[in-house]
Design a protein around this ligand. Structure first.
Ligand code: OGA
Ligand code: MN
Length: 205
């Protein structure tokens, strides 16, 4: 699948990250690509291929539905044309961020996430307490026709107050992982996304 990198609006993402640490781009992914990714996420769910998401890392991992209720599947290169096209786009973004903001991002890890109706993810930071490799978070939304009354916003807890982003298909949210607390509010319909992190070299502290 061919996805032109210009559609990501790379220049605005870079500017936003430099100026305020986060960026929201509507219609960032080609429609064809976000539809294919949504289809893949749904068929993996139907095949019982999604696992309850955990909290923490390594030996400290726990499944806590009172903290996060999504089900996930980690992407691997070669699993589908759509996933590969998405990973290619993310690599364009990674190189651009390194070139312009000198972030030294080495790799990207990413999973599909399906939130059943009513599921949420409590306020958190994406960087683990004992591992500071995650530097930039990227969430791509895959539902079409999302309406505000359906809930499911990503709530960013910015220094100047809360900012809600609706999970509209094809849109992308990018933010610096270290210091932006955020949460996923419950929705009254199934909510699909791809959540990922650009990581720097380093390791467990
Ligand atoms: C996460 C997360 C946000 C979203 O998975 O860490 O914060 O909007 N997801 O799905
Ligand atoms: Mn998060």
């Amino acid at each position: 699948m061919n996805a032109p990198a210009e559609s990501l609006q790379l220049a605005s993402i870079v500017d936003d990250l430099a100026n305020r640490g986060w960026s929201h781009q509507r219609l960032a992914l080609p429609v064809e690509l976000s539809c294919a990714l949504a289809g893949e996420c749904r068929s993996r769910a139907a095949a019982g291929n999604l696992a309850p998401a955990s909290v923490g890392r390594g030996d400290g991992q726990q499944i806590l539905e009172g903290v996060r209720g999504d089900r996930i599947h980690w992407l691997e290169r070669g699993q589908s044309a759509a996933s590969d096209a998405y990973l290619d786009l993310m690599d364009e973004l990674r190189q651009r961020l390194n070139r312009e903001l000198f972030l030294g991002l080495e790799d990207f890890e990413c999973h599909f996430a399906l939130y059943p109706p009513g599921a949420f993810y409590q306020k958190h930071l994406d960087r683990f307490r004992d591992d500071d490799r995650r530097a930039v978070s990227v969430v791509a939304y895959l539902n079409t026709d999302w309406q505000p009354e359906q809930g499911g916003a990503l709530r960013l807890h910015l220094e100047r107050g809360e900012h809600d982003v609706l999970p509209e298909g094809g849109s992308l949210v990018v933010f610096l992982s270290a210091n932006l607390p955020h949460e996923v509010l419950p929705a009254n319909r199934e909510r699909l996304s791809l959540t990922g992190w650009f990581r720097r070299r380093g390791g467990p502290l």
